[in-house]
Design a protein around this ligand. Structure first.
Ligand SMILES: [Zn+2]
Length: 283
Protein backbone atom coordinates (compact mmCIF):
# COMPACT_ATOMS: atom_id res chain seq x y z
CA UNK A 1 0.00 0.00 0.00
CA UNK A 2 1.24 3.42 -0.89
CA UNK A 3 0.65 6.28 1.46
CA UNK A 4 -2.01 8.87 0.63
CA UNK A 5 0.67 11.45 0.24
CA UNK A 6 2.33 9.48 -2.59
CA UNK A 7 -0.94 9.15 -4.52
CA UNK A 8 -1.50 12.87 -4.22
CA UNK A 9 1.98 13.50 -5.60
CA UNK A 10 1.57 11.17 -8.60
CA UNK A 11 -2.12 11.75 -9.32
CA UNK A 12 -1.58 14.47 -11.92
CA UNK A 13 1.45 12.82 -13.45
CA UNK A 14 0.58 11.42 -16.92
CA UNK A 15 3.61 9.14 -16.85
CA UNK A 16 2.28 7.15 -13.88
CA UNK A 17 -0.86 5.12 -13.41
CA UNK A 18 -2.82 5.66 -10.18
CA UNK A 19 -1.46 2.31 -8.95
CA UNK A 20 2.03 3.76 -9.15
CA UNK A 21 3.18 1.79 -12.21
CA UNK A 22 5.28 3.83 -14.62
CA UNK A 23 3.84 4.35 -18.04
CA UNK A 24 6.15 3.38 -20.86
CA UNK A 25 5.62 4.07 -24.53
CA UNK A 26 4.66 0.98 -26.50
CA UNK A 27 7.51 -0.12 -28.70
CA UNK A 28 6.78 -0.23 -32.42
CA UNK A 29 8.39 -3.00 -34.35
CA UNK A 30 10.28 -1.74 -37.37
CA UNK A 31 10.65 -5.29 -38.72
CA UNK A 32 7.96 -4.83 -41.36
CA UNK A 33 9.37 -1.63 -42.77
CA UNK A 34 13.14 -2.00 -42.65
CA UNK A 35 15.14 1.18 -42.72
CA UNK A 36 16.94 2.12 -45.89
CA UNK A 37 19.95 -0.12 -46.40
CA UNK A 38 23.33 0.93 -47.55
CA UNK A 39 24.53 -0.69 -50.71
CA UNK A 40 28.04 -1.87 -51.12
CA UNK A 41 28.81 1.46 -52.76
CA UNK A 42 27.81 3.17 -49.56
CA UNK A 43 24.84 4.93 -51.07
CA UNK A 44 21.49 4.75 -49.41
CA UNK A 45 19.38 2.26 -51.26
CA UNK A 46 15.90 3.58 -51.83
CA UNK A 47 13.02 1.43 -50.73
CA UNK A 48 10.79 0.35 -53.54
CA UNK A 49 7.74 2.61 -53.80
CA UNK A 50 5.32 -0.25 -53.08
CA UNK A 51 6.77 -0.51 -49.58
CA UNK A 52 6.03 3.09 -48.69
CA UNK A 53 3.54 3.24 -45.87
CA UNK A 54 1.77 6.33 -47.13
CA UNK A 55 1.56 6.16 -50.88
CA UNK A 56 1.01 9.88 -51.31
CA UNK A 57 -2.16 11.90 -51.12
CA UNK A 58 -1.99 13.42 -54.58
CA UNK A 59 -4.85 13.25 -57.05
CA UNK A 60 -5.49 9.80 -58.44
CA UNK A 61 -4.97 9.77 -62.19
CA UNK A 62 -8.29 9.06 -63.87
CA UNK A 63 -8.04 6.92 -66.96
CA UNK A 64 -9.56 8.74 -69.90
CA UNK A 65 -12.17 7.02 -72.04
CA UNK A 66 -9.68 6.97 -74.93
CA UNK A 67 -7.53 4.50 -72.99
CA UNK A 68 -10.31 2.02 -72.32
CA UNK A 69 -11.02 -1.19 -74.20
CA UNK A 70 -14.51 0.15 -74.99
CA UNK A 71 -13.00 2.98 -77.02
CA UNK A 72 -10.49 0.67 -78.70
CA UNK A 73 -13.41 -1.50 -79.83
CA UNK A 74 -15.31 1.57 -81.05
CA UNK A 75 -12.28 2.92 -82.92
CA UNK A 76 -11.66 -0.45 -84.55
CA UNK A 77 -15.30 -0.67 -85.66
CA UNK A 78 -15.10 2.88 -87.04
CA UNK A 79 -11.89 2.17 -88.95
CA UNK A 80 -13.44 -0.96 -90.46
CA UNK A 81 -16.79 0.59 -91.37
CA UNK A 82 -15.51 4.02 -92.46
CA UNK A 83 -11.86 3.61 -93.53
CA UNK A 84 -11.95 7.02 -95.22
CA UNK A 85 -12.38 8.82 -91.89
CA UNK A 86 -9.40 10.02 -89.86
CA UNK A 87 -9.38 9.78 -86.08
CA UNK A 88 -7.02 12.13 -84.31
CA UNK A 89 -6.66 13.18 -80.69
CA UNK A 90 -7.36 16.83 -79.97
CA UNK A 91 -4.69 17.70 -77.41
CA UNK A 92 -6.12 21.09 -76.41
CA UNK A 93 -9.58 19.80 -75.57
CA UNK A 94 -8.56 16.31 -74.48
CA UNK A 95 -11.05 14.92 -76.96
CA UNK A 96 -11.03 13.21 -80.34
CA UNK A 97 -11.85 14.67 -83.74
CA UNK A 98 -13.05 12.51 -86.61
CA UNK A 99 -12.84 14.05 -90.07
CA UNK A 100 -13.31 12.90 -93.63
CA UNK A 101 -15.91 12.46 -96.32
CA UNK A 102 -19.07 10.39 -96.07
CA UNK A 103 -20.95 9.19 -99.14
CA UNK A 104 -24.67 9.81 -99.63
CA UNK A 105 -25.04 8.27 -103.08
CA UNK A 106 -22.53 6.63 -105.41
CA UNK A 107 -21.17 9.95 -106.60
CA UNK A 108 -22.12 12.42 -103.86
CA UNK A 109 -20.27 12.80 -100.59
CA UNK A 110 -19.96 15.45 -97.90
CA UNK A 111 -17.07 16.50 -95.65
CA UNK A 112 -17.79 16.11 -91.98
CA UNK A 113 -16.05 16.86 -88.71
CA UNK A 114 -17.27 15.04 -85.60
CA UNK A 115 -15.91 16.23 -82.27
CA UNK A 116 -15.94 13.92 -79.27
CA UNK A 117 -15.43 15.80 -76.03
CA UNK A 118 -13.55 14.38 -73.01
CA UNK A 119 -17.02 13.67 -71.58
CA UNK A 120 -17.81 11.20 -74.37
CA UNK A 121 -19.87 8.94 -74.45
CA UNK A 122 -22.07 10.73 -71.88
CA UNK A 123 -21.62 13.96 -73.81
CA UNK A 124 -23.04 13.76 -77.31
CA UNK A 125 -20.59 14.32 -80.19
CA UNK A 126 -20.83 17.60 -82.10
CA UNK A 127 -21.00 17.35 -85.88
CA UNK A 128 -20.16 20.06 -88.40
CA UNK A 129 -20.25 20.20 -92.19
CA UNK A 130 -17.89 22.15 -94.40
CA UNK A 131 -19.59 25.58 -94.74
CA UNK A 132 -18.28 25.73 -98.34
CA UNK A 133 -20.30 22.63 -99.19
CA UNK A 134 -23.30 23.06 -96.92
CA UNK A 135 -24.39 26.57 -96.13
CA UNK A 136 -25.03 26.95 -92.38
CA UNK A 137 -28.75 27.64 -92.48
CA UNK A 138 -31.51 27.10 -89.97
CA UNK A 139 -33.57 25.47 -92.74
CA UNK A 140 -30.75 22.99 -93.23
CA UNK A 141 -30.84 22.20 -89.49
CA UNK A 142 -27.49 23.82 -88.84
CA UNK A 143 -26.95 26.38 -86.09
CA UNK A 144 -26.09 29.56 -87.97
CA UNK A 145 -23.80 30.86 -85.19
CA UNK A 146 -21.91 27.77 -84.07
CA UNK A 147 -22.16 25.79 -87.30
CA UNK A 148 -23.26 22.76 -85.25
CA UNK A 149 -25.56 20.31 -86.96
CA UNK A 150 -28.92 19.76 -85.32
CA UNK A 151 -29.08 15.99 -85.75
CA UNK A 152 -32.31 15.48 -83.82
CA UNK A 153 -34.26 17.01 -80.97
CA UNK A 154 -32.65 16.54 -77.56
CA UNK A 155 -35.34 14.28 -76.13
CA UNK A 156 -35.12 11.84 -79.05
CA UNK A 157 -31.35 11.54 -79.06
CA UNK A 158 -31.22 8.44 -76.84
CA UNK A 159 -33.96 6.83 -78.89
CA UNK A 160 -31.67 7.01 -81.92
CA UNK A 161 -28.41 6.54 -80.09
CA UNK A 162 -28.88 4.83 -76.69
CA UNK A 163 -26.06 4.98 -74.15
CA UNK A 164 -23.66 2.17 -74.95
CA UNK A 165 -23.97 2.62 -78.73
CA UNK A 166 -20.79 3.18 -80.69
CA UNK A 167 -19.54 6.14 -82.70
CA UNK A 168 -20.04 4.11 -85.90
CA UNK A 169 -23.70 3.72 -84.90
CA UNK A 170 -23.83 7.48 -84.28
CA UNK A 171 -22.78 7.99 -87.90
CA UNK A 172 -25.24 5.37 -89.19
CA UNK A 173 -28.26 6.57 -87.24
CA UNK A 174 -27.75 10.34 -87.05
CA UNK A 175 -25.01 11.64 -89.34
CA UNK A 176 -25.88 9.71 -92.51
CA UNK A 177 -29.63 10.54 -92.36
CA UNK A 178 -28.63 14.17 -91.76
CA UNK A 179 -26.43 14.15 -94.85
CA UNK A 180 -29.26 12.50 -96.82
CA UNK A 181 -31.33 15.51 -95.76
CA UNK A 182 -28.63 17.90 -97.01
CA UNK A 183 -28.54 16.12 -100.36
CA UNK A 184 -32.34 16.35 -100.56
CA UNK A 185 -32.09 20.08 -99.76
CA UNK A 186 -29.44 20.54 -102.47
CA UNK A 187 -31.65 18.88 -105.07
CA UNK A 188 -35.17 19.89 -103.93
CA UNK A 189 -34.47 23.21 -102.21
CA UNK A 190 -36.05 22.16 -98.91
CA UNK A 191 -35.64 19.64 -96.12
CA UNK A 192 -37.51 16.32 -96.58
CA UNK A 193 -40.92 16.98 -95.09
CA UNK A 194 -41.53 13.53 -93.62
CA UNK A 195 -38.39 13.74 -91.49
CA UNK A 196 -38.85 17.31 -90.45
CA UNK A 197 -39.28 18.32 -86.86
CA UNK A 198 -40.41 21.90 -86.44
CA UNK A 199 -37.76 24.35 -85.25
CA UNK A 200 -37.36 25.32 -81.61
CA UNK A 201 -40.12 24.89 -79.05
CA UNK A 202 -42.79 23.53 -81.45
CA UNK A 203 -40.32 20.83 -82.53
CA UNK A 204 -39.65 19.83 -78.92
CA UNK A 205 -43.38 19.73 -78.15
CA UNK A 206 -43.96 17.68 -81.27
CA UNK A 207 -41.43 15.08 -80.13
CA UNK A 208 -43.06 14.88 -76.68
CA UNK A 209 -46.46 14.63 -78.31
CA UNK A 210 -45.20 11.40 -79.91
CA UNK A 211 -43.96 10.16 -76.52
CA UNK A 212 -47.35 11.01 -75.03
CA UNK A 213 -49.28 8.79 -77.44
CA UNK A 214 -48.21 5.98 -75.08
CA UNK A 215 -50.10 7.77 -72.31
CA UNK A 216 -53.24 8.16 -74.41
CA UNK A 217 -53.26 11.93 -73.89
CA UNK A 218 -51.05 14.42 -75.73
CA UNK A 219 -52.46 17.65 -74.33
CA UNK A 220 -50.01 20.43 -73.43
CA UNK A 221 -50.80 19.87 -69.77
CA UNK A 222 -49.80 16.20 -70.00
CA UNK A 223 -46.64 17.14 -71.92
CA UNK A 224 -45.68 19.58 -69.17
CA UNK A 225 -46.38 17.01 -66.42
CA UNK A 226 -44.38 14.41 -68.32
CA UNK A 227 -41.41 16.77 -68.77
CA UNK A 228 -41.48 17.65 -65.07
CA UNK A 229 -41.50 14.00 -64.16
CA UNK A 230 -38.69 13.10 -66.59
CA UNK A 231 -36.60 16.06 -65.43
CA UNK A 232 -36.44 14.62 -61.91
CA UNK A 233 -33.23 12.86 -60.90
CA UNK A 234 -35.06 10.26 -58.79
CA UNK A 235 -37.58 7.76 -60.05
CA UNK A 236 -41.18 8.71 -59.23
CA UNK A 237 -42.95 6.70 -56.53
CA UNK A 238 -45.90 4.46 -57.34
CA UNK A 239 -48.33 6.45 -55.21
CA UNK A 240 -47.76 9.65 -57.21
CA UNK A 241 -50.37 10.80 -59.71
CA UNK A 242 -49.89 9.60 -63.28
CA UNK A 243 -49.04 12.45 -65.70
CA UNK A 244 -51.62 11.14 -68.20
CA UNK A 245 -54.33 13.06 -66.36
CA UNK A 246 -56.46 10.04 -65.47
CA UNK A 247 -56.23 10.99 -61.81
CA UNK A 248 -54.98 7.50 -60.99
CA UNK A 249 -51.85 6.51 -59.12
CA UNK A 250 -48.80 5.85 -61.27
CA UNK A 251 -48.56 2.22 -60.12
CA UNK A 252 -52.08 1.51 -61.35
CA UNK A 253 -51.71 3.53 -64.54
CA UNK A 254 -48.75 4.22 -66.85
CA UNK A 255 -45.84 3.15 -64.62
CA UNK A 256 -44.30 0.95 -67.35
CA UNK A 257 -44.53 3.63 -70.04
CA UNK A 258 -42.92 6.19 -67.71
CA UNK A 259 -40.16 3.74 -66.84
CA UNK A 260 -39.42 3.25 -70.55
CA UNK A 261 -39.45 6.98 -71.25
CA UNK A 262 -37.11 7.66 -68.32
CA UNK A 263 -34.78 5.14 -69.89
CA UNK A 264 -34.54 7.02 -73.21
CA UNK A 265 -34.85 10.66 -72.11
CA UNK A 266 -32.11 11.93 -69.83
CA UNK A 267 -33.18 14.08 -66.86
CA UNK A 268 -30.86 16.93 -67.94
CA UNK A 269 -32.38 16.95 -71.42
CA UNK A 270 -35.93 16.88 -70.05
CA UNK A 271 -35.03 19.78 -67.73
CA UNK A 272 -33.70 21.84 -70.66
CA UNK A 273 -36.83 21.00 -72.67
CA UNK A 274 -39.01 22.01 -69.72
CA UNK A 275 -37.15 25.32 -69.43
CA UNK A 276 -37.52 26.00 -73.15
CA UNK A 277 -41.19 25.05 -73.41
CA UNK A 278 -42.63 25.95 -70.00
CA UNK A 279 -40.27 28.54 -68.52
CA UNK A 280 -42.68 29.25 -65.66
CA UNK A 281 -42.73 25.59 -64.67
CA UNK A 282 -38.99 24.90 -64.42
CA UNK A 283 -37.34 25.85 -61.17
ZN1 LIG B 1 -51.66 7.18 -66.68
Amino acid sequence: MKCRNWIAQTAGDPRRYACGKTYSKPTISTQKFPAAKRTSAGNLKKRSPQLRRHPGHGAVKVRSYWETDNWKTEAAELAERFPQLTIRPDRDRGGITITGRLPVTNDVEYSVSIELSPGYPRVVPVMRCDPQEVEPLRDRHINEQSGEACLCVRSELRLHWPLGSSIAQFIDRLVTPFLDGQFYYDTQGHWPAERQRLHGVPGIIEAYRDFCTQLGNDSLETIEQLMRLLARKNNPKGHELCPCGSGGRLRNCHADAIKQLRHVIEPEHAMLDLRDCFPGSAR
